[in-house]
Ligand binder design. Structure first.
Ligand code: BES
Ligand code: MN
Ligand code: ZN
Length: 506
């Protein structure tokens, strides 16, 4: 699908050229109990009062979420008009805008329409700009059209009819909207990659497969990619990561990807490092999980998938900053040679860890990746992990959990999450919680008991992230959906990409 921007000032009667543009449909909003304004008014004039008559007849009352196709239109370039109810104008929020956009796309996707002129992004959305609205509309459409069909034996349905979408935008916002359209498509492409990797079954999406995917991403987007295998991981002394990996017949991989948008010279900026948890299947290991919904533990690599997706988006956007993506990836399986409760292992930085529960494996692979990250002298490190069931208990499925001792970094991530409508909520990381990780026999235990399980998991990671600004995102509740709509969400790619857009000042 191709997205483009066309400037149009509806208030100046300068809309004629715009109205003559060829399209299969022109999408126009109608507010509840309101006289027509902007695009709707101009269209009404051009069609000799058609919209007024339809509204008067009661066929479109402007109620949020309603849509109505008008056919065989004359007087304008488009052959149809799609009226979209917007609700009340004085409370037209980003949420109401999102609902209207989704309603419009749903109506259009149910037809054979190929070319759309979309005027809703030009409406005044409370606290949001036109470029934001363009991007939100693109993401809403791409969300609705995403389907995971790779594993079906027969291809589903034919090609999609919808091909070309032109957004009308106020001339003052044209430049920003053009950038937003480009970024929106890049973001959606990144999210699709993240969703595909998450949705793939664990017998396909293995650590080796993730390594191959990284190589391909590197070829397609000019990233420098290293995939380290068992021997190299051993040589690095990643005793904690390898302890988790050893119970599986699938070999582990340690993936490092470099995006160099700010160059690679001596004076190039310090990189932002993203570290993603890549457990391609989490059975719990010897501390095995109950059987119910265990299939969903294929999603335990969604942190890794979000690193892939964010790097793809960043590369397509061409952001002017350096980003390193690090993905430790393995399976967590029970076996005769698997890690056991009671085992004491030694992490890459020398810390000894008493493993009291083999199902708390995410922190065991991430801690060595966090130590490895030091070599890049990072400007900031953000790790992303489906780390704790406790995070779902605390925050449910709307907010990702955000942990950081660095108020400035936490603030940046929260701002990005609001801008991208990919919400996160900050949870505490006070030193008091560290006591729960005391071990009688080693430096550290890998679990801190039931109270504040997400906090103690973050506390564990913090021990390995002392030498740079660091934040941790627990995406256990937000990376995928269960039930009838089971599937990866692509989160938190929007948050991460926005954070990097802001850092790059673009
Ligand atoms: N991958 C899980 C966390 C998880 C569970 C995410 C369910 C989403 C849904 C993680 O490895 C895990 O098993 N954590 C344990 C930690 C506990 C043993 C301290 C948990 O949350 O139960
Ligand atoms: Mn686990
Ligand atoms: Zn896990």
């Amino acid at each position: 699908m191709d997205f483009s921007i066309k400037a149009c000032d509806w208030s100046k009667g300068a809309a004629n050229g715009f109205l003559n543009g060829k399209a299969d449909v022109m999408v126009v909003g109608v507010f509840e109990a309101q006289t027509l304004t902007g695009a709707a008014l101009e269209l009404d004039l051009a069609t000799k009062g058609l919209i007024t008559r339809v509204v008067k007849a009661g066929d479109m009352n402007g109620k949020a979420g309603t849509t109505l196709f008008l056919h065989e239109i004359t007087g304008i370039g488009a052959s149809r008009i799609l009226l979209v109810g917007l609700g009340k104008q004085d409370v037209f929020s980003q949420k109401a805008y999102g609902e209207a956009a989704r309603a419009a796309w749903r109506a259009i996707l149910g037809t054979k329409i190929a070319q759309v002129t979309f005027t809703l992004a030009q409406l005044p959305v409370l606290e949001r700009t036109g470029d934001w609205a363009v991007r939100a509309a693109i993401l809403a459409l791409r969300e609705l059209t995403y389907k995971f069909t790779q594993m079906k034996s027969k291809p589903e349905n034919g090609a999609r009819a919808l091909k070309k979408i032109v957004f009308s935008i106020d001339p003052t916002e044209e430049k920003a909207a053009k950038l937003a359209a480009k970024q929106g498509a890049a973001l959606a492409n990144g999210m699709d990659l993240t969703r595909d990797l998450g949705n793939l079954p664990p017998n396909v999406c293995t650590p080796t497969y993730l390594g191959q995917t990284a190589k391909k991403l590197g070829r397609d987007w000019k990233l420098k990619v290293e995939v380290l295998g068992q021997k190299q991981i051993e040589a690095l002394g990643m005793g904690s990561f390898l302890a988790v990996a050893k119970g599986s017949v699938e070999p582990p991989a340690f993936i490092v990807m470099h995006y160099q948008g700010a160059g690679s010279g001596k004076n190039a900026g310090a990189p932002v490092v993203l570290v993603g948890k890549g457990i391609t299947f989490d059975s719990g290991g010897i501390s095995i999980k109950p059987g119910e919904a265990m299939d969903e533990m294929k999603y335990d690599m969604c942190g890794a998938a979000s690193v892939f997706g964010t790097l793809r988006a960043v590369a397509e956007m061409g952001l002017k900053l350096n980003v390193v993506g690090i993905v430790p990836t393995c399976e967590n399986m029970p076996a005769g040679n698997a890690l056991k409760p009671g085992d004491i292992i030694t992490a890459m930085n020398g810390t000894t860890i008493e493993v009291l529960n083999t199902d708390a494996e995410g922190r065991l692979i991430l801690c060595d990746a966090l130590t490895y990250a030091e070599r890049f002298k990072p400007a900031a490190v953000v790790d992303i992990a489906t780390l704790t069931g406790a995070c779902i208990i605390a925050l449910g499925h709307h907010n990702s959990g955000l942990f950081s001792k660095d108020d400035a970094l936490a603030g940046e991530l929260l701002d990005a999450s609001r801008e991208a409508v990919d919400p996160a909520w900050r949870l505490p990381l006070d030193d008091e919680y560290q006591d729960q990780l005391k071990s009688n026999f080693a430096d550290l235990a890998n679990i801190g008991g039931r109270p504040a399980g997400s906090v103690t998991a973050a506390c564990f990671l913090s021990r390995f992230a002392q030498n740079y600004p660091w934040a941790h995102l627990d995406i256990a509740g937000t990376a995928w959906k269960s039930g009838a709509a089971k599937g990866a969400t692509g989160r938190p790619v929007p948050l991460l990409a926005q954070f990097l857009i802001d850092r790059a000042g673009q």
